[in-house]
Design a protein around this ligand. Structure first.
Ligand code: GLC
Ligand code: CA
Length: 549
């Protein structure tokens, strides 16, 4: 396998609105991010994935873009963006920007033009259809934030298509002009020296609306190969597609270097197994570790020789890892570290979402009024109207709502967690007094320093980056354990996903082998004795000495 700089790098995701507010208006901004670059350098990350900072009416917090080549005034200026790119580079950090091209904002000049008349030159940049029977929408397709995927536009008497909010009209990728405009814009950013693109819901761009095909449409891979050739293909950047619909076979199409599409994709199978088959994320299913391991092992194994995995627990659309997969109470610190070790010792590129390195937790606001997310609010309205009880819907929001990840970053114990000196756009999680960056930096045993060590051992041990993955104890209901092997190098990783002590016998070939502990979350050094007794959420990685065999 040809090595790439992003194979042993760790990516840190910033959700700008919630990261750091430099000017006191309650909204995080570019100046705030620039001020925290040294913090990220200390952590050791080499890439920042920056969620959208472009001009936007902020219907979906910037995932609705009205000008791809300018910065939203609440975030700063283009000059500040250039400064961020340069200042990050000085610290060995590249900036990956969010490419949101399944749709634009309804305030994008293309859409403003398109809706003026049926013969407007921009009409065909979007997807328009005549009304169905009796003026109804053309068909029954639904939008992700609730309601129909079709919005009637009175000016021209037709419906336009939107898979997200009605203020996010879908671009028409069947139009070569759309393709050319997007390529031009991507090159404009590449020329400003960005480190690559995270591609928002990219599996939707090959859609065939009239056949009701949205994900994995017939033209998807052709469009990506054309994009690769016209833009980033000859540059050394990281590209990662958000693909909720990917299977391992599809992920290989995207990420096999020979096919010249993307570096890697985010797959969500380990996330969707925790959603209800009928009600989705709003009716959470209990986390089943054996099922989770089956999914992880499948991805690790199937992408072993071609393609590349991305590894993540959280992002700005998902709940906090420690609340969902660990214990955000008594064992918050132990379980946050365990989850980090379990993920970072796998093969693939790890992503850390802001605050994850502090063990930040989900939030439970008493009232729906405190929530800001268009998705939670849209589904709340729709489901309450359909008869779902308020309490049941709130439980869904507490478990899986996107605002869990979007409360402000905890910098210190001062008011509003040091995020802003003004009024934050969304309330802070009250637990910031104990959980914050200042305290974590000062404590050598913090979750932060655990992440810092994991990021540095990945650099030092090629077996973590390139080694084969071999699962251990497949059916054990509490342990996620595996080995990684590369030539003579071997590491054994054992993670207790429960708040109980777990005793077990190691397989004979691992009993009593000598090794060096690379990382651990308790202070008594672990040993591969015949019988292990693991403490609650105990987790470690041991490098087995070659001479020991
Ligand atoms: C992606 C983004 C999400 C956004 C949606 C529409 O899923 O991660 O935040 O709402 O696309 O752009
Ligand atoms: Ca601000």
């Amino acid at each position: 396998m040809e090595t790439k700089w992003w194979h042993d790098a760790v990516v840190y995701q910033i959700y700008p609105r919630s990261f750091c507010d430099a000017n006191g208006d309650g909204i995080g901004d570019l100046a705030g991010i620039i001020g925290k670059l040294d913090y990220l350098k200390t952590l050791g990350v080499e890439v920042i994935w920056l969620s959208p900072v472009f001009k936007s009416p902020m219907d979906d917090n910037g995932y609705d873009i009205s000008d791809y080549c300018d910065i939203a005034p609440e975030f700063g200026t283009l000059a500040e963006m250039d400064t961020l790119i340069a200042e990050a580079q000085e610290r060995g950090i590249r900036i990956v920007i969010d490419l949101v091209v399944n749709h634009t904002s309804d305030e994008h000049p293309w859409f403003v033009e398109a809706r003026k008349s049926k013969d407007n030159p921009y009409r065909d940049y979007y997807i328009w259809r005549a009304p169905g029977e009796g003026g109804a929408p053309p068909d029954v397709q639904r939008a992700a934030f609730g309601g129909s995927a079709w919005e009637f536009d009175a000016a021209t008497g037709e419906y336009y298509y939107h898979l997200f909010s009605k203020r996010q009209p879908d671009l028409n990728w069947a139009n070569p002009k759309v393709q050319a405009e997007v390529h031009r814009m991507m090159n404009w950013w590449l020329d400003r020296d960005i480190g690559g693109f995270r591609m928002d819901v990219i599996d939707l761009i090959g859609k065939d609306v009239d056949r009701g095909i949205t994900t994995n449409g017939p033209r998807l891979h052709e469009l990506l190969r054309e994009m690769n050739a016209a833009t980033f293909g000859h540059r050394d950047v990281l590209t990662v597609g958000e693909t909720w619909s990917a299977t391992p076979a599809i992920a290989k199409l995207y990420s096999d270097p020979a096919r010249r599409e993307l570096s890697m994709v985010f797959q969500f199978e380990h996330v969707t197994i925790t959603h209800d088959p009928e009600h989705g994320k709003w009716k959470p299913r209990a986390f089943d570790l054996v099922e989770f391991k089956r999914v992880m092992t499948k991805w690790q194994t199937e992408l072993a020789d071609s393609g590349w995995n991305s590894l993540f627990w959280c992002n700005h659309d998902l709940p906090r890892a420690v609340s969902k997969y660990g214990d955000d109470g008594r064992y918050r610190v132990e379980s946050a570290k365990m989850l980090a070790t379990a993920l970072h010792c796998l093969k693939g590129t790890p992503y850390v979402y802001q605050g994850e390195e502090l063990g930040m937790t989900n939030v439970r606001f008493d009232s729906i009024e405190a929530y800001r997310d268009i998705e939670s609010l849209g589904h709340y309205r729709e489901r309450i109207a359909a008869g779902v009880a308020h309490e049941a819907m709130m439980e869904g929001i507490y478990a899986n709502g996107r605002d869990n990840a979007r409360t402000p970053m905890h910098w210190d114990a001062s008011p509003n967690a040091g995020f802003t000196r003004g009024e934050p756009w969304i309330p802070v999680n009250p637990n910031y007094v104990g959980i914050n960056a200042e305290a974590a930096l000062a404590d050598p045993d913090s979750v932060f320093h655990h992440y810092r060590r994991l990021i540095s051992i990945r650099k030092a041990h090629p077996v973590i980056v390139y080694g084969d993955y071999l699962p251990l104890f497949d059916d054990h209901p509490q342990l996620f354990a595996y080995e990684r092997r590369l030539g003579d190098e071997r590491i054994v990783v054992i993670n207790n996903f429960s708040g109980e002590t777990v005793e077990l016998d190691l397989p004979p070939e691992l009993q009593g082998v000598a090794g060096d502990c690379l990382i651990h979350n308790y202070d008594v050094p672990p040993r591969l004795d015949a019988r292990l007794a693991l403490k609650p959420y105990e987790s470690f990685a041991i490098a087995v000495r070659a001479s020991a065999n």
